[in-house]
Design a protein around this ligand. Structure first.
Ligand code: AGP
Length: 367
């Protein structure tokens, strides 16, 4: 029952812990042992082969999910993909190339700017409109030509958690489905589907760091600022981590692609500025390590989230949190979990209203 907190003190924590289950529900019936089942887009899945471009529009956390999908769609399908916040998209002249898919992301399906963007897009000659949404009866679902439900179940905490990771799961399914029509080999598809099948178990593993993260959070609670760094798909996850911290703990947090450090934010780094680094295990690892050295050299206190094979560890000035080692396509999803736990525990230490943070509404239905 969604309205029962069960053993948890807050809905947010309950929803964080539901993630292995709801990610399974999102994958259920959408992948086989070897393939993405395109029937999940409904009877009209023929649109997949016609897509030449993708425009993704959303707000807040849902926008961050869209930013991850841009990396996946361009990497796996080789198609151009742009991502924009709905409140900007709806007030400008948008150039729509031939055969462009208009894709919205929304937990509630009632966000005013996202709905307005969809209504505008319907006049602009898109190939079709697809909503990735959590609420089957929502306006967004009703007004979109196609829907892929995230199946996260009701999300009550204002800070979005399970809605985000299921959006990413649904976007991964969608990205692979588009890629298959654009030359992705059956072998690679099978490899990606196998990775997806192991996702719920990896998310459970990531949750097992909860007690450690609670200790880390104690050290964090007296900070006034924080800087999140990531590269590649970890950059949108850094943005999402910083949004979570702002929303429920009221700590000012910024996120940057780590390569941008020298272009300005490095000036902020001193012993009072904690840096949260999301370390991917791919060809960007060495580049990120050198960004971390730049921070350490300026006395910055580093909180590193990485898998154990990255050779990073607790050292002076480095607090290490282990994240399960996974196929790089899954990294943005799995790395989200410790950041949710961090912001949750910081908020609890600070005594804020975790489920109902000040000034915020669960669904922004007015502009
Ligand atoms: C997330 O923690 C926020 N509360 C907020 O950014 C939210 O994601 C945004 O308002 C979009 O909502 P939607 O997904 O329901 O459209």
């Amino acid at each position: 029952d969604a309205t029962d907190k069960g053993e948890f003190r807050h809905y947010m924590m309950k929803e964080i812990y539901e993630q292995p289950k709801v990610i399974s529900a999102c994958l259920d019936g959408r992948i086989s042992e070897t393939k993405v089942l395109t029937s999940c887009f409904g009877a009209e899945s023929g649109f997949l082969k016609d897509i030449e471009n993708v425009h993704i529009v959303a707000c807040g956390t849902s926008y961050h999910a869209g930013m991850v999908a841009k990396y996946w769609i361009e990497d796996l399908a080789g198609l151009p993909c742009s991502v924009e916040v709905a409140s900007e998209y709806r007030y400008r002249k948008v150039a729509v190339p031939k055969n462009t898919l208009f894709l919205t992301l929304s937990q509630s399906g009632e966000t005013a700017d996202t709905l307005a963007a969809l209504r505008m897009a319907k006049e602009l000659g898109y190939l079709t409109t697809l909503a990735i949404c959590n609420v089957p009866s929502s306006t967004l679902v009703r007004e979109s030509a196609l829907t892929l439900l995230t199946n996260a179940g009701p999300e009550i905490g204002v800070a979005s958690t399970k809605a985000f990771t299921t959006q990413l799961t649904a976007l991964l399914i969608t990205s692979v489905a588009i890629a298959v029509e654009n030359g992705l080999s059956a072998e690679k598809e099978q490899e990606l589907v196998q990775a997806m099948r192991s996702l719920p178990a990896y998310v459970s593993d990531a949750l097992s760091q909860d007690a450690h993260i609670k200790v880390v959070a104690d050290r964090f609670a007296n900070k006034h600022n924080a800087l999140f760094l990531g590269r590649g798909t970890m950059f949108p996850i850094a943005l999402e981590g910083s949004l979570k911290l702002k929303e429920i703990s009221y700590i000012h947090a910024e996120a940057y692609p780590a390569g941008e450090l020298k272009h300005g934010p490095l000036a902020l780094v001193d012993e009072d500025m904690p840096i949260i680094a999301l370390v991917p295990h791919n060809d960007m690892l060495d580049k990120l390590k050198s960004n971390l050295q730049e921070v350490a050299a300026r006395g910055g206190e580093l909180y590193v989230f990485a898998d154990k094979d990255t050779d990073l560890n607790n050292e002076e000035n480095i607090t290490f949190t282990e994240v399960p080692k996974v196929d790089s396509i899954l990294e943005p999803i799995v790395h989200t979990i410790p950041l949710q736990l961090l912001s949750y525990h910081v908020a609890v230490v600070k005594g804020t209203d975790v489920d109902q943070p000040r000034n915020l509404a669960k669904s922004v239905t007015v502009e």
